[in-house]
Design a protein around this ligand. Structure first.
Ligand SMILES: C[S@@+](CC[C@H](N)C(=O)[O-])C[C@H]1O[C@@H](n2cnc3c(N)ncnc32)[C@H](O)[C@@H]1O
Length: 255
């Protein structure tokens, strides 16, 4: 896709190719709102260094497409009109959380990050996009979110992109899942060693690796993996461990 740098939307031809590759076609109004999110990111990037992926393909492929591709069945299937509860942990500049909020008009999103200035920027972006009724921001460490009664065991989907190593992210996400919920880990490369490390962590969390999807992003933006976890039983109350411990001593490697 060759969107001109600085334009709010890719050309119609580029956009069609993008949605065709994705396997989901947003309504024209949704495309406009993705463009409005891009404009918000531009404006907030002028004040805070939120993300470098704002213009052209960087935005439309590495942010929008990359957020959506693992969840295409959710966007077009019977779930589309259900009021799903999703949580994006380590949301940073609001991705994938805000992109998912725009793509799933009935869903409620909780976005968590421990950096106050990012959370305030994303809160303002959500309000500017008219999402304040469906998007809730929490400024806290994820280890605490996983112990908050209003969050623990509540979510249909818990997602994280570019937050930490997979066993660490699993410890953040699994305690947040409802019994029928799913965790989605957005990953770049994925090796047999990654799989083995995550399997050991999942065993301790009472979860299993359900699927590992793999795809190349369009425009030679690189290989991505989407790892989906399903609970096998209630997550033990010992997880997530205290703030900082999951990253310091990742599950499966603790002695
Ligand atoms: C590299 S950014 C990724 C942001 C976004 N998800 C994306 O894909 O562009 C990672 C974010 O996770 C947040 N983060 C990492 N560990 C965290 C924790 N334990 N609790 C809360 N936020 C955390 C950081 O503050 C940072 O904003």
């Amino acid at each position: 896709m060759a969107a001109a740098s600085g334009s709010a939307l890719p050309t119609v031809a580029d956009r069609d190719a993008l949605w065709e590759a994705l396997g989901w076609r947003p309504e024209p109004a949704q495309v406009e709102r993705f463009g409005a999110l891009q404009q918000q990111l531009r404006e907030w990037n002028g004040r805070l260094n939120l993300t470098r992926l704002v213009e052209g393909d960087d935005y439309w492929i590495a942010q929008v497409f990359d957020s959506l591709w693992p969840l295409v069945p959710l966007l077009s299937g019977p779930h589309r009109d259900q009021p799903l509860e999703l949580i994006d942990v380590g949301t940073g500049c609001g991705v994938p959380g805000l992109v998912l909020a725009l793509a799933l008009p009935q869903a409620r999103l909780t976005l968590v990050d421990s950096v106050g200035r990012k959370v305030e920027a994303v809160r303002a972006m959500a309000a500017a996009l008219g999402l304040e009724q469906r998007v809730c921001l929490r400024c806290e460490r994820i280890e605490l979110t996983g112990r908050a009664p209003e969050c623990r065991g509540r979510f249909d989907w818990a997602v994280a992109r570019a937050v930490a190593r997979a066993p660490v992210v699993a410890e953040y996400l699994v305690p947040l899942l409802a019994p029928s919920g799913r965790a989605l880990l957005y990953r770049g490369q994925w090796s047999e060693q990654d799989q083995a490390d995550l399997e050991r962590a999942c065993h301790q969390l009472r979860a299993r690796i359900e699927t590992v999807q793999r795809r190349e992003l369009p425009g030679e933006r690189g290989l991505r993996h989407a790892v989906c976890l399903a609970p096998t039983a209630s997550c033990p109350g010992t997880y997530p461990r205290a703030v900082g411990i999951p990253a310091k001593v990742p599950l499966g490697q603790a002695v």
